[in-house]
Design a protein around this ligand. Structure first.
Ligand code: GLN
Length: 281
């Protein structure tokens, strides 16, 4: 079979399995097997695949039809122009989170001295690694409760050459950071209400539930982070967190006790996605 034929039949199989992005996913997976860019699939549409390539592709299509996310099958996902390694131990970076990084990059770039920040619940490291990539005078620490997530974040930090400015801790939220102070604390914590976990898209159910489950009302981690963050911020430092749909007001209310100059930022889809505030003097 050539590239055109195999893509056609794989797209039909994925469509039948209820996958909306069937054609795109088939192309991404085939490009992965052939170790080429997607465009090349069109440039060389008559190219015949060898039996090993067909077998490898078939196996990936079978898994994708079972709703395993494409990013777990290829082991990578692009975030802010950087191709991050991902494993099933980490949440797949989403475009929703780009606004949080852009906000942090803007704010931290405006500070002159050596900037430090903490990323709480780092997962793949997409947030802290991309901030470090774009803010050259920054150093950071990153915490995750999962050793496997920290391993993935370390891999990405090395991949993008920022590992000399990043320290890694396995632990529960701020626990490993006692006595330290930062210019900023950034987090995309788990924020899905527990009872909603069963209603998520099949693909999202394949992601680690400890990266998604925000407790009964989805706000557990915000309560803990907003409470503890002032102890870890320099004067005038800021806290910025990603939030889920319809959580802006609740999270803003939590911020009001310990923070000033509170902002709610929308993502590219117009959804309120980030709450940020400065620590009280
Ligand atoms: N944005 C993710 C989702 O909607 C959730 C990420 C999180 O809980 N931090 O699936």
């Amino acid at each position: 079979m050539n590239t055109t034929e195999i893509l056609h039949s794989a797209t039909a199989r994925l469509t039948a399995a209820g996958i909306e992005s069937a054609r795109l996913d088939a192309e991404v997976l085939l490009a992965h097997v052939l170790n080429c860019r997607r465009l090349y699939l069109y440039v060389d549409a008559d190219k015949n695949l060898n039996p090993a390539q067909v077998e490898r592709f078939e196996s990936l299509i079978r898994q994708r039809a079972e709703k395993i996310p494409t990013a777990y099958l290829t082991g990578q996902r692009e975030f802010l122009g950087l191709n991050f390694a991902v494993t099933p131990d980490v949440l797949i970076p989403r475009p929703d989170t780009e606004i949080l990084v852009q906000y942090a990059v803007e704010k931290l770039s405006a500070l002159k001295d050596n900037v430090t920040f903490a990323d709480i619940g780092t997962g793949s490291g997409a947030i802290c690694v991309s901030i470090l990539k774009y803010v050259k005078n920054a150093c950071a620490v990153t915490v995750d409760i999962s050793q496997n997530a920290i391993n993935c974040a370390k891999f990405n930090a090395e991949k993008f050459g920022v590992d000399d400015r990043l320290k890694f801790y396995v632990g529960n939220l701020f626990e490993p950071l006692r006595g330290k102070k930062f210019h900023a604390i950034i987090s995309n914590p788990p924020y899905i209400p527990t009872s909603d976990l069963t209603t998520l898209q099949d693909e999202v159910k394949r992601e680690p539930s400890i990266a998604l489950d925000g407790g009964e009302d989805g706000l557990n981690f915000y309560r803990r982070i907003v409470d503890a963050a002032p102890n870890f911020l320099c004067t005038g430092g800021f806290l910025a967190v990603e939030i889920g749909i319809n959580q802006a007001q609740d999270v803003k209310n939590l911020f009001e006790k310990n923070f000033t100059d509170i902002k709610i930022l929308k993502d590219l889809a117009g959804i309120e996605r980030v709450v940020a505030g400065s620590s009280l003097p």
